[in-house]
Design a protein around this ligand. Structure first.
Ligand code: NDP
Length: 287
């Protein structure tokens, strides 16, 4: 019989921050909601890192997390943030921050996550969101182009997840990791095909299941969200195609691109303690 969640040894952390270092990892960290569990779906008191949070989906997720009472959001991004980020930061004094991070460098990921912990004393949630695409016919891809996609979308997400999971364990925190996968992990994007991009997102969605299984004993939950057509810099051209209206006529769902904030509810749920028994799943958000 696997170790029971109910007879897990006590830890030195409370699983939600203010943790003291728990170097003796428990066999199974108890994830059963306690008597004072807050049943409201909320991010109250949580510190969350978002890769690629300077703009697009990442910035929109920051906004929705802040609207749902997150204590502090950190964008871990490769370049200095722009005006859009500054506007949101101004609206939420001392709750939205930027830390430089290149997710393709393990060293950079390590120091960015350590900077968040040094500033806040804890980290509770992490969205591995930074990613890129390249749309062109399969015959036209060079090996270097495919490697670039995998390096950012798969290796970057993988090393972010393993790094933050190690910190959750050290701090005794029942953390939540959410990957941004994609509907292209299920089926082709007919509007703009990219076989290698779909393959990277298939990999991301797939590793969610195994990481969730491996880290359940540490109280760490791992899930993913698969967005459909979301209006960002990545998709600026999609609804300008001459056959867009016709495509949407046969789409079978909501015939429009989404505002990136429309993804936020799924992430907030997965990051919240309301999802204490939710791990290893993907939530498609695709109209
Ligand atoms: P954007 O290009 O608008 O934003 C991506 C962000 O990630 C940018 O701020 C970018 O910085 C940053 N970034 C790029 N490389 C790195 C790196 N090495 N380290 C840290 N940050 C980096 O994309 P979206 O917001 O549209 O996409 C976000 C995620 O959502 C991606 O994983 C994407 O694959 C996924 N997705 C998007 C969909 C859509 O319709 N838009 C649909 C399904 C999934 P900079 O650009 O300044 O280099």
């Amino acid at each position: 019989m696997p170790p029971s969640m109910h007879d897990a040894p006590a830890t030195s952390g409370n699983g939600n921050g203010n943790a003291t270092a728990a170097n003796t990892s428990p066999a199974f960290l108890d994830t059963t909601p306690g008597p004072d569990h807050d049943w409201k779906v909320s991010l109250k008191g949580k510190v969350i890192g978002i890769t690629g949070g300077n703009r697009g989906i990442g910035l929109a997720l920051a906004q929705v997390c802040l609207a749902n009472d997150a204590e502090a959001i950190y964008s871990l991004d490769i370049f200095e943030p722009g005006e859009e980020f500054a506007t949101l930061q101004k609206a939420h004094p001392k709750r939205l921050y930027y830390v430089h991070c290149d997710v393709t460098s393990e060293e950079s990921v390590n120091s960015a996550i350590d900077a968040v912990i040094a500033a806040q004393g804890a980290i509770h949630g992490f969205i591995a969101n930074a990613g890129m695409t390249k749309h062109q016919p399969a015959f036209d891809f060079s090996r270097a182009q495919i490697e670039q996609l995998f390096n950012l979308n798969v290796f970057g997400a993988y090393f972010c997840a393993t790094t933050v999971a190690r910190r959750f364990i050290d701090l005794g925190i029942k953390g939540s990791i959410v990957f941004t996968a994609s509907m292209t992990s299920y089926r082709p994007n007919r509007a703009a095909p990219s076989a290698p991009y779909g393959a990277t997102k298939g990999a991301v969605r797939n590793m969610t299941h195994t990481l969730a299984m491996e880290w359940a004993k540490h109280g760490i939950r791992v899930n993913s969200v698969s967005p459909g057509f979301i209006k960002t810099a990545m998709t600026y051209f999609v609804d300008q195609a001459p056959d867009w209206d016709l495509k949407m006529q046969y789409y079978g769902g909501m015939p429009r691109l989404a505002d990136p904030k429309e993804l936020g509810g799924a992430y907030v749920y997965l990051l919240s303690d309301g999802a204490s028994y939710t791990t290893g799943i993907d939530i498609p958000v695709a109209g």
